[in-house]
Ligand binder design. Structure first.
Ligand SMILES: Cc1cc2nc3c(=O)[nH]c(=O)nc-3n(C[C@H](O)[C@H](O)[C@H](O)COP(=O)(O)OP(=O)(O)OC[C@H]3O[C@@H](n4cnc5c(N)ncnc54)[C@H](O)[C@@H]3O)c2cc1C
Length: 377
């Protein structure tokens, strides 16, 4: 089959790999002019994503992640409240993204090409790219993320919902600090919690994937309840004055928002964590939204990854879920060869919906246990 994939991030690349593996003619159209290097933060590489990278690219956990030794909760003075062994393999969005990019043949992806529409016919689907080019295919896979244009076109009345809290995030080079300044943070997954907010910090590989001490980076995330809509809009307005729906990328945060962030940090965080925030050159900001598409497939269109549904970041499963979607789709297409493509997509969609339902419940439950947002908002 000829399969067009809209979006070349984790879900788009994973599905291009699995569907290419079983012989389909796949092509990814990514609207960004260039590969998305340097944009993401830290991610926990969960079992399913790791298995995917091992099977498709011969990567191993040791090659792409910095393991933690302890999970530590500290108080405002930096004293340890609780400590327990924890071996979480923390990597970075970049490392996972780069690993996937390296596995996909270059001729299978085009950058600077936005999918702007589609029309379904009896025997094919016609996909329209910005600039007017039309491509006929057997299937369109929408891997276009939480703000999916494809989903908006299929379900114009559907809207994602604000979960009641935001995340400030940043990455800062380990080499900016003396070993003494950060000795409490190295090897640990450090958490600080107070009512309505939670801060986490851990080491991830360097931008080039380096894992050696001194060349790694600290990743931090600061979740805060946000009831002030005006403040949220202020932080979602970038340095050029453009308003964004749910996130501001690294390097785009306005100077006023960065100042406000540093001021909040000095009021609410332990000193060891304040220094991470202050030294971060390009912090970023995300409002946490829940999105669950009314359907995961309609006719010859399938929604995959965040376009289908977005799980809360606490489940650390956004990338693994994308890989699972891709593997399950390739399996369904290889097993049900006797069925029409629309029926295979409908079967796959029903199974994936069921598979993610527990994750969708778990995210708000975890958030509520941290005092963030509230179940059902
Ligand atoms: C730059 C970036 C950084 C991220 N950083 C992290 C992180 O640090 N930690 C984490 O847990 N998760 C991160 N995520 C989210 C994480 O990648 C997702 O939860 C998960 O991997 C599934 O993503 P996705 O591929 O479904 O969607 P996304 O990663 O949102 O990707 C959607 C892709 O589709 C492209 N696109 C959108 N519309 C169109 C269109 N009409 N035509 C063509 N292309 C289109 C976008 O440019 C983007 O590349 C990040 C996502 C991005 C884009």
């Amino acid at each position: 089959m000829k399969i067009v994939i809209a979006g070349g991030s984790i879900a788009g690349l994973s599905s291009a790999l699995t569907l290419g593996c079983i012989g389909h003619d796949v092509h990814v159209y990514e609207r960004s002019e260039v590969p998305l290097r340097g944009k993401g933060g830290g991610v926990a590489v969960l079992r399913h994503m790791m298995k995917f990278l091992e099977q498709h690219g011969h990567y191993t956990q040791k090659m792409i992640s910095v393991p933690t030794v302890m999970r530590r909760r500290i108080d405002i003075n930096g004293d340890v409240l609780t400590e327990e062994p924890e071996k979480l393999p923390f990597s970075s969005w970049d490392t996972v993204y780069r690993s996937l990019c390296a596995m996909l043949p270059k001729h299978r992806i085009s950058y600077g090409r936005e999918v702007v529409g589609f029309t379904e016919h009896d025997n094919a689907i016609e996909i329209e790219l910005e600039g007017g080019e039309r491509i006929s295919a057997d299937m369109l896979l929408a891997a276009d993320g939480i703000g999916s244009r494809t989903r908006a076109r299929l379900f114009p009345h559907y809207e994602s919902r604000f979960a009641g809290y935001v995340a400030w995030r940043g990455i800062v080079d380990e080499s900016l600090f003396s070993p003494r300044e950060v000795e409490e943070l190295v090897n640990n997954f450090t958490m600080f919690r107070d009512p309505g907010h939670m801060f986490m910090a851990f080491l991830i590989p360097g931008l080039d994937g380096a894992l050696e001490p001194g060349k790694r980076r600290f990743n931090w995330l600061w979740y805060r309840n946000e009831a002030d809509v005006a403040a949220m809009h202020r932080h979602l307005t970038d340095a050029q004055g453009h308003r964004h729906h749910s996130s501001i990328s690294p390097g785009q945060l306005s100077a006023a928002s960065f100042e406000e962030l540093c001021e909040l940090a000095s009021r609410h965080l332990p000193a060891a964590l304040q220094q991470l925030v202050r030294e971060t050159r390009a912090p970023f900001f995300q409002s946490i939204f829940d999105a669950l598409s009314p359907e995961f497939s309609v006719g010859r269109v399938a929604l995959i990854g965040d376009a289908a549904c977005t799980v809360r970041p606490h489940t650390a499963s956004g990338t693994s879920k994308a890989a699972d979607d891709a593997v399950a789709l390739a399996e369904a297409l290889s097993v049900h060869t006797e069925l029409h493509v629309k029926d295979v997509l409908a079967l796959w969609a029903a199974n994936r919906r069921e598979a993610v339902s527990r994750l969708l419940e778990k995210g708000p439950e975890l958030a509520a246990s941290f005092g963030l947002g509230s179940i059902g908002t």
